[in-house]
Design a protein around this ligand. Structure first.
Ligand SMILES: O=C(O)COP(=O)(O)O
Ligand SMILES: [Mg+2]
Length: 236
């Protein structure tokens, strides 16, 4: 991170009472889990496999979007007359299979990024209230946080299925602030993608992005945010 950004970040932290932290690509590198669960599902459906690098560009807008993007990608290779119709026909079976495989591998092919524990501990030591807000289903998020020793840091954990809409819509952030009882303007969003930043901007929350996560294959520093960090430990 450029040195010049450090004073801005410390000023930002004096103006917030809480932080909402994203999960995939921000706290945990879950690409191995996505890769394993999706390819197990594709094998079960007798469909071609997909590369982890391709999956990475599809992550961030929740599991339903991920699944539709993966099916679109592999069915386009199989040459169906109507890919869209085939996706809808396959979706219920694919979703059930993906859920089963994801829950079976959850956390086994995933690792906590460097600096996450130190960052969470430092934010807590500053008296900030912490919530985790992810677009992945809450039933995937809770056991993952638990198995990685992160569960105890968060007062609230919400998933992509907790509210009517997902990030980049501001609704999940506004609802999380409401649950924490904090003012959005004094609640910092920490994420890894344009979904987190757009949701935060629309909700009126300050936002800092990590530089190492998944941003649909686009350079994260081009996203409109209040700051960037190479590790959560740099937040404080
Ligand atoms: O499941 C996803 O699409 C990504 O989830 P995230 O919001 O934790 O990055
Ligand atoms: Mg993320």
């Amino acid at each position: 991170m450029p040195l010049a950004a450090t004073p801005l970040l410390s000023t930002l932290l004096t103006r917030v009472d809480a932080a909402i932290i994203d999960l995939d690509g921000t706290m945990v590198d879950t690409m191995g889990d996505f890769n394993e669960a999706l390819n197990r599902m594709l094998r079960e459906l007798a469909l071609p496999s997909i590369a982890a690098q391709t999956i990475e560009h599809m992550v961030g807008k929740g599991s339903e979007h991920l699944l539709r993007s993966v099916l679109q990608h592999v069915l386009a290779q199989v040459n169906y007359a109507s890919v869209a119709t085939e996706i809808e026909a396959l979706y219920p079976l694919a979703w059930a299979s993906y859920q089963r495989h994801y829950l079976a591998v959850n956390g086994q092919y995933a690792g906590v990024y460097d600096g996450v524990l130190a960052g969470l501990q430092a934010l807590q030591a500053r008296g900030l209230r912490l919530a985790c807000l992810t677009n992945k289903p809450r039933d995937f998020a809770l056991p993952l946080l638990q198995s990685k020793g992160l569960g105890g840091y968060f007062e609230k954990v919400f998933g992509g299925d907790s509210f009517e809409r997902k990030k980049p819509d501001p609704l999940p952030l506004l609802k999380t602030c409401e649950a924490l009882g904090t003012d959005p303007a004094r609640t910092l969003m920490v994420g890894d993608s344009s979904n987190d930043a757009q949701a935060a901007r629309a909700a009126g929350c300050p936002v800092v992005l990590v530089t190492y996560g998944y941003n649909h294959g686009q350079p994260v520093r081009a996203v409109d945010a209040d700051g960037f960090v190479d590790s959560l430990a740099q937040l404080v």
